[in-house]
Ligand binder design. Sequence first.
Ligand SMILES: Cc1ncc(COP(=O)(O)O)c(C=O)c1O
Length: 389
Amino acid sequence: MERKVYLDNAATTYVSSEVLAEMLPCLNGVYGNPNSLHSFGRDAMAIVDKARDRVAKAINAKTANEIYFTSGGTEADNWALKGIARAYSNKGKHIITSSIEHHAVLDSCKALEKEGFEVTYLPVDKYGMVDLAELIHAIRKDTILISIMAVNNEVGTIQNIKAIAKTAHENGIIFHTDAVQAIGAVKINVQDMEIDAMSMSAHKIYGPKGCGALYLKSGIRIENLVNGGAQERAKRGGTLNVPAIAGFGKAIEIASRDIIANQQKLKVIREYFIKELKSKIDYIHINGHPHQKINGTVSVTFEMIEGESILMLLDLAGIAVSTASACTSMSLEPSHVLKAMGIPDEIAHGTIRFSFGKDISKNDVDYTIEKLVEVVEKLRGISPLKKKK
Ligand SMILES: Cc1ncc(COP(=O)(O)O)c(C=O)c1O
């Protein structure tokens, strides 16, 4: 049987059996519309309430009413950026974000620029870190919102969210973070970290695709993004996706329950993978922060060859990786994240993101390294760049 190794968990994960078990009864057993007043509706709403409690507990929200279910991280990002900016536009029209955000944030900022908002895109250092001094320098009297991601999806760098949030609040500014890649990888406590709004997604933590949530601290105003019925306390219209919400609730509960064990395991795997890589393949660079990074994501640049070619040859060997984030991997544009980190385009093109899942074994790593050595040797053998070196 052909061997398969899935190393693209930052793009998405499978739905775990515990999560699936939580979802299945909601597909045909408890099928009422949670907004119906009869018992069928109330039963469905009880499931939604349970999931809302689980999400709130996992991130230490003050109340479950601070959780709004969405169709995923993209919607949560769009809603946070557009909804908060529009709600506070009478106070000011300036937003600060970073140049390495996910496109859900960057493109929402671009859309807001068309509405007359001004956006500052902070640079990052070579490790992908936002500099607090640069942030302070960018703050203006009319700054209403700062949005900085907790963990970068391409290189895994973890930002100093607590310090950034504190700076925002000292200046009377609302702070949003995209925590899609952080949940399950780093402990998130929205009260302690002073987070006002936070985007989450289910399908990166063994939950279903097409489901996520926005945490919005009580008292923060937001305009609706999805207009319609009175669902989600009249803030987000649309019949709730009960099975997915039930799955998300379970997935985030498990992610926080298992965070320490999962991270300990992934740290060992990561270190072993990097050690083996470095000893077997030359002319490589590990991207991202050397310490302040999540364990599951390793971004590696292989000099003299193209990431797409590596991806395709690894795919033939049954190994799934990514060249950048899943959303941009169809484009041949060099990654905006690596560019912002100062990595030259010709080198950035040779970058692969390996993202490990909780079931990864040392055997999987050994097989990946064995195939990588073959693939890199083969590609470098025919690379015109190799000759120039
Ligand atoms: C950092 C980050 N933000 C937002 C998203 C979008 O989330 P979703 O796929 O749930 O729309 C992703 C997905 O890759 C992500 O990695």
